[in-house]
Design a protein around this ligand. Structure first.
Ligand code: APR
Length: 233
């Protein structure tokens, strides 16, 4: 790839695992202890708002106890130094990419440290607990909810993502099982647009089939090595 090519990076829960945040699938994963249907669907929110709000309150509170790891730091370094286009598309709802210093990024599945008004659609930074029926400061409706894209809901910024994929020279997926669409289809969209594709993951994933190259290992090791290979000494 030329020194100023366009890069799209997709990250998943695996990039935050070494920071101590549980992934979803696999041993000890979040979906081991909870059924998706109970905590991550619009129906679950309607059926038991207290359970859903509490699930995300606990995950939001846990962010106070974790920090970015070497993989987040390396991506932030690449973001700051890369002369071409670069976009980090994270499926994660933690804020470790931002805390590491990443700027050219977006959260396609929402963010723990944000609240969404189900009535007016306003999103706002949020820390601490978010009880059900919290009043929205913008529209006064008792309708604030976790700003998490539930299964069955449309991810954020899909046009921006699709546009970046159409111009990508290199697509890199890091720490994702490739189990959830539309993110799982990004590697094929990038390849169809002529991009080279690379997967950095602890184990082979559903996306490995479609990746031009797969490197297996912890993100904390693979990502800094990959970033060093792109940036001059
Ligand atoms: N380094 C690199 N990869 C790792 C590490 C690590 N230290 N630890 C785990 N992994 C890999 C696992 O092998 C797995 O392939 O990260 C991947 C995590 O997969 P999932 O737990 O399925 O997480 P993710 O792919 O982000 O899930 C996608 O599903 O539940 C929804 O909205 C949720 O955004 C999430 C989406």
């Amino acid at each position: 790839m030329s020194v100023a090519g366009n890069i799209v990076i997709l990250t998943g829960a695996g990039i935050s695992a070494e920071s101590g945040i549980a992934t979803f699938r696999g041993p000890g994963g979040l979906w081991e202890g909870h059924r998706v249907e109970d905590v991550c669907t619009p129906e679950a929110l309607a059926r038991d708002p207290a359970l859903v709000h509490r699930f995300y309150d606990l995950r939001r509170a846990a962010l106070d106890t974790v920090a970015p790891n070497a993989a987040h730091d390396a991506l932030a370094r690449l973001d700051a130094a890369w002369p071409g286009e670069l976009l980090i598309v994270t499926q994660n709802v933690d804020d470790l990419h931002e805390r590491a210093g990443a700027r050219r990024m977006l959260h396609m599945h929402g963010e723990l440290r944000s609240a969404l008004c189900a009535a007016c659609g306003t999103r706002r930074p949020w820390r601490g607990a978010l009880p059900p029926a919290t009043v929205c400061p913008a529209c006064d409706a008792p309708a604030l909810r976790p700003d998490i894209v539930f299964f069955g809901e449309m991810p954020y910024e899909m046009e921006r993502i699709e546009s970046a994929l159409s111009r990508a020279d290199l697509f890199v997926s890091i720490g994702t099982s490739g189990a959830v669409y539309p993110a799982a289809g990004f590697v094929r969209a990038a390849a169809a647009a002529g991009a080279a594709t690379l997967e950095l993951n602890l184990e082979r994933s559903a996306g490995s089939t479609w990746s031009g190259e797969t490197r297996l290992g912890p993100a904390g090791v693979l990502v800094p090595t990959w970033v060093d290979s792109l940036l001059p000494e």
